[in-house]
Ligand binder design. Structure first.
Ligand SMILES: NC(=O)c1ccc[n+]([C@@H]2O[C@H](COP(=O)([O-])OP(=O)(O)OC[C@H]3O[C@@H](n4cnc5c(N)ncnc54)[C@H](O)[C@@H]3O)[C@@H](O)[C@H]2O)c1
Ligand SMILES: [Zn+2]
Length: 374
């Protein structure tokens, strides 16, 4: 890994502000970085089986070197761990390990571990401290900061959860060396999201450097992760509980969540892949409604395709539901309020806005076009 000094980004929330440290090779020194944040030198690590196999020994050695007592709870890898049975098992394990009110839970994994362990930390003993140590690109640029935690419901993704801000986030980009390429590309979709929603120069930079970001082991990766964390920190600080501006982070997500629900939250369609399709759909719908020039749609589609990301629902393997069923799922999305479907649309690359004014009939006919390809 190229040696670059870590950068620290502050999430400046009143009373709950915290640092996000982004660097290559942070895990080896994590014990020393954690020590000042602990009430007593004891932590519970939550991780998944894959991350445990690849990286847990490194983290444990670093905790041991700082004389931090530690236990690890290992959950199965994959989205299906964001469930009530896993949550219940995890809470019981944390209590059995003697986790007390001032103790710290370290979420060491991707977005699934972060969301599940974060929610457990929010509710065990009515809330214990949480440290996020994200190990996927998606988690490093998005899910580990901002304080949203939760699990999935039969009725939709992330419908059960809590806001629980971490005490700190440590994003070690060297851990991404072992991430499967498909996961890396999926995480990159969230990187593109930040550029699309408010940072056109960043999109231009990604057009030139995106392939070096996904290739890993590059200064470009470190730079991209830091830039995304800065953007998210800014947005979260202005709108912690998503009354307004934070909703822009859902660019592509209303469509993505419906597609993921339809595809069964599995290997068929990863979250980031669904987001890539959802963002392209948001651009196409924006163009269709006259908000966005067609040239911007083309530019986004060709960038996503160059990185190897899907841009249409039709590219998802296997059968998809009918447009009316997808619309039903979209209505269940937690961003739907008083019945109106909230959509993040765009005026172009770098200019997103939230609207509840698109009539359902128009969304339905758009979805029909998207699914039929006519
Ligand atoms: N809380 C939020 O604000 C927020 C934001 C965006 C997404 N999310 C959630 O995040 C989840 C997706 O996160 P994800 O994409 O990280 O998925 P994930 O946690 O399932 O990780 C993807 C896969 O990569 C493996 N993995 C993790 N780190 C690895 C590493 N360093 N090397 C090799 N393999 C590794 C995991 O075991 C898993 O199989 C979704 O559930 C989504 O809803 C939450
Ligand atoms: Zn996302």
């Amino acid at each position: 890994m190229t040696v670059n000094s870590p950068s620290t980004i502050r999430v400046p929330l009143p009373a709950r502000g915290y640092d996000v440290v982004v660097g290559a090779g942070l895990t080896g020194g994590l014990g020393a970085r954690l020590l000042p944040l602990l009430a007593r030198p004891k932590v519970a690590i939550v991780t998944d089986a894959t991350v445990a196999r690849l990286h847990l020994a490194k983290l444990e050695a670093s905790l041991a070197a700082s004389s931090i007592v530690h236990d690890a709870v290992v959950v199965p890898a994959g989205e299906s761990s964001k469930s009530f049975p896993e949550l219940a098992g995890l809470c019981d394990r944390l209590l059995a390990l003697g986790v007390e009110r001032n103790d710290v839970v370290v979420a060491f994994g991707g977005g699934v571990v972060g969301d599940l362990a974060g929610f457990a930390a929010a509710i065990v003993r009515r809330g214990v401290a949480l440290i996020q140590a994200p190990t996927t690109l998606l988690a490093q640029v998005d899910s580990s900061l901002g304080g949203k935690t939760g699990i999935n419901s039969r009725l939709g993704k992330n419908l059960i959860g809590a806001f629980h801000q971490p005490r700190a986030v440590f994003a070690d980009v060297a851990l991404l060396d072992t991430l499967p390429e498909r996961e890396m590309r999926a995480g990159y979709a969230e990187v593109v999201k930040y550029a699309l929603l408010g940072d056109r120069p960043f999109f231009e930079w990604l057009e030139a450097n995106g392939s070096r970001v996904v290739a890993r082991n590059s200064p470009e990766l470190l730079r991209a992760v830091s830039r995304c964390c800065e953007a998210k920190a800014r947005i979260v600080a202005r709108d912690e509980t998503e009354t307004d501006e934070r909703a822009l982070l859902n660019l592509g997500h209303t469509f993505a969540h419906a597609l993921e629900a339809a595809a069964g939250y599995g290997d068929r369609l990863l979250h980031g892949e669904a987001v890539a399709i959802g963002m392209a759909m948001a651009f196409r719908l924006s163009a269709r409604l006259g908000h966005c020039p067609a040239a911007h749609v083309d530019r986004l589609e060709s960038h996503l395709a160059r990185i190897g990301l899907p841009t249409t629902a039709r590219s998802v393997t296997g059968a998809l539901p009918r447009a009316a069923d997808l619309l039903d799922i979209m209505r269940q999305d937690k961003k739907a309020r008083s019945g109106a479907i909230a959509l993040v649309l765009v005026r172009g690359i770098g200019e997103a806005f939230l609207t509840r004014d698109v009539a359902e009939q128009r969304i339905l006919s758009f979805l029909e076009t998207e699914l039929d390809g006519t």
